[in-house]
Design a protein around this ligand. Sequence first.
Ligand SMILES: [Zn+2]
Length: 196
Amino acid sequence: MEQLLAVRDDDRSEPELAGAHSHVASCEACQGELDRLHQRTARLRALPTMAPARNHFPAVRTRWQWERNQRRIRMVSGMFTAAAAALLLSLVGRDLMNPPRLDAEQQLQTAIDASQQLEATLHAWDPAQRVVDGRTARLVVVIEDRIAQVDGRLQDAARLEHAERVQRQVELWRERVGLMNALVDVHVTQVSNVDL
Ligand SMILES: [Zn+2]
């Protein structure tokens, strides 16, 4: 994978990498893998929630501080923090760019759509082609367990009264999107070190 990335980036800084270039030129299997690498990068770029624009950060921070008292912000801990923060910033950032605030039902639909899009992205990967080391496999199990827990809480939330239910569902679906993001990250970005 390191050598494929070097070919993709036209990096010939080491003799071994220069050798990789000539190998890929004559090897069908490696050319196929290189094509898939390009497709993964393109699909990751197409995910709407993964790249909040940098210049929105000050506005987002202000909004975030204000909302902190209005809404319970669920942050997943440890290794999930970065992904959750990126998700939260992008969701809040999207709200900022659409002044008429999304109502709760729309927020819910947005989070469900994002979760399903990430799910489809994951399914688009052929498991046989995933490069999974021990650390990656453990992370995948941890994240999938947490997604299962969120799904359980979503079932509980379905029994609440309408207003409370929608608010709770928005929270849970957003947490699910954060976890799905982390899962995509572990399966794809982590493995190939795709530079976004
Ligand atoms: Zn080859």
